[in-house]
Write a protein that binds this ligand. Structure first.
Ligand SMILES: Cc1cc2nc3c(=O)[nH]c(=O)nc-3n(C[C@H](O)[C@H](O)[C@H](O)COP(=O)(O)OP(=O)(O)OC[C@H]3O[C@@H](n4cnc5c(N)ncnc54)[C@H](O)[C@@H]3O)c2cc1C
Length: 427
């Protein structure tokens, strides 16, 4: 191997890239992992929850050594109007055990840890270097170009995230369309650990995850999220790009409004904002999967659109890790012959795993979510219904069915029935 030639070059040290680097280096491949941030994770953002199953398979017992924040044992979904919140709450040890564990994470620490694991396995990690282009010869990818430097490799893994310009440059992926991506904006708000535990009814080490629908996006498509960390709270909003132009407020203003909602402000009271960040999220699921492999190249993680957003659950990191694993395994089994044919095993492995199966399972959901009633009229309906159920003012109480039908009729009985049917089918 010449000094500038590697078996594998990986662009991007997020969960997808570092996982692939860890497995490939562990299998004896010469791996170069290139990250444009000063540190892995420095440029990354997530809502905050890692579903642990895919990493557990690769690094058994990872939770004992990884810089995780809290093990999630409490889930809450809240429907918001401007002055009301109706919440569905689930608190159970079963959520955080038996292979179903999920953890709040802060990417600056988590990504660094995973990239260091890859380094310890033998990968070379370089940070602060942006890959500008792919080095091509005779129509196949032969390496990467960063500034004046060309670095050659048998195969290149594109793990460069949602907006993968490199995959676009070689025609494997189209430019993102507004309906295919959402913008996420998040603050990390510092609070003492005991205050978090008191406010969210948690024991030490336990964490809560909350999702919000309705007034937090002013009825537009999207939602709010909150994850408890050890000594901070991750709080933010996600909304589709296609809606953004019609907003009268800026994204930071919307986050500020969300922080002042009566259901949210007591949760973050006394907290100090440590960090604000914004990032794109691929939203269109199965329908936006690009060409996944070609001569000398594979695409993994967000770059391949591997994110599932089904309203009450956002998953991208566990898919990124599993796709990094599948790419690494396909490369190992290609025995140094990285043709399109040899790398087609990557797609096969993904199809056999939960990645493609889950994306297919939820493939109708992005279209279902493209319905403003879910974010506007239904939170209003639920708030009216529940407020009515719990109100006693001395006037005669109408029969239950009448009380239910009153707000439902405001939306339209057929519309509600049709949306419920479509929602169940989409799931
Ligand atoms: C607001 C929000 C909330 C989310 N919530 C959750 C959640 O709760 N749970 C969950 O599982 N997922 C969540 N996700 C999705 C999750 O964060 C992503 O799916 C995951 O980070 C994808 O990992 P990745 O390795 O593919 O890409 P990334 O994490 O984006 O990593 C890509 C890396 O490539 C680097 N890079 C890019 N271009 C170059 C270049 N040219 N040269 C060198 N380096 C480059 C970047 O700096 C970055 O480090 C959320 C996302 C957002 C934005």
């Amino acid at each position: 191997m010449s000094e500038d030639r590697f078996d594998v070059i990986i662009v991007g040290a997020g969960p997808a890239g570092s996982t692939a680097a860890y497995i490939l280096a562990g299998a004896g491949k010469e791996v170069l992992l290139i990250e444009r941030g000063d540190e892995p994770g420095a440029k990354n953002m997530t809502g905050g929850r890692l579903y642990g199953h895919s990493l557990e398979k690769i690094i058994p017992g990872f939770a004992q050594e990884a810089p995780l924040e809290r093990r999630i044992v409490k889930e809450t979904v809240s429907f918001l109007t401007s002055d009301t919140s109706v919440s569905f709450d689930l608190q159970s040890e079963l959520l955080g055990s038996g292979g179903k564990e999920s953890y709040s994470v802060l990417r600056a620490e988590f990504d660094c840890w995973l990239a260091k694991k890859a380094e310890k396995a033998g990968a070379i990690l370089v940070t602060g270097i942006r890959v500008d282009d792919l080095f091509m010869e005779e129509g196949r990818v032969k390496g990467v170009i960063a500034g004046e430097d060309i670095m050659e490799a048998g195969v290149v893994i594109l793990a460069d995230g949602v907006n993968s310009l490199l995959a676009q440059k070689i025609g494997m992926k189209q430019e993102l369309k507004p309906h295919q991506a959402a913008v996420g904006a998040k603050e990390i708000i510092e609070l003492p650990g005991e205050v978090i535990e008191d406010r969210f009814n948690l024991h030490e080490g336990e964490g809560a995850a909350r999702l919000f629908v309705g007034d937090c996006t002013k009825g537009r498509i999207g939602g709010g999220f909150l994850y408890t960390n050890k000594k901070s709270i991750s709080l933010g909003l996600v909304f589709t790009l296609s809606d953004l132009q019609s907003w009268e407020k800026t994204v930071p203003e919307m986050v500020e409004d969300f922080k002042h909602h009566p259901a949210v402000s007591p949760l973050i009271k006394g907290g100090r904002t440590l960090e604000y960040s914004a990032h794109l999220v691929p939203e269109a699921g199965y329908s936006m999967i690009p060409k996944l492999y070609g001569d000398g190249v594979v695409v993994v993680g967000d770059a391949a659109g591997f994110v599932i957003n089904i309203g009450y659950m956002v998953r991208g990191m566990d898919l990124a890790i599993a796709s990094g694993e599948a790419a690494a395994k396909a490369i190992i089994s290609a025995h140094d012959v990285y043709t399109t044919q040899a790398l087609s095993r990557y797609r096969k492995l993904l199809e056999e795993s939960f990645v493609i199966r889950d994306l297919k399972q939820y493939s109708k959901f992005p279209a279902f979510l493209n319905n403003k009633r879910i974010f506007n009229e239904y939170p209003q309906l639920i708030a009216e219904l529940m407020t009515d159920f719990f109100s006693v003012d001395g006037s005669p109480v109408p029969p239950m069915m009448k009380r239910i039908l009153k707000p439902v009729k405001k939306v339209g009985l057929m519309k509600v029935a049709s949306d419920v049917w479509k929602g169940v089918r989409a799931l």
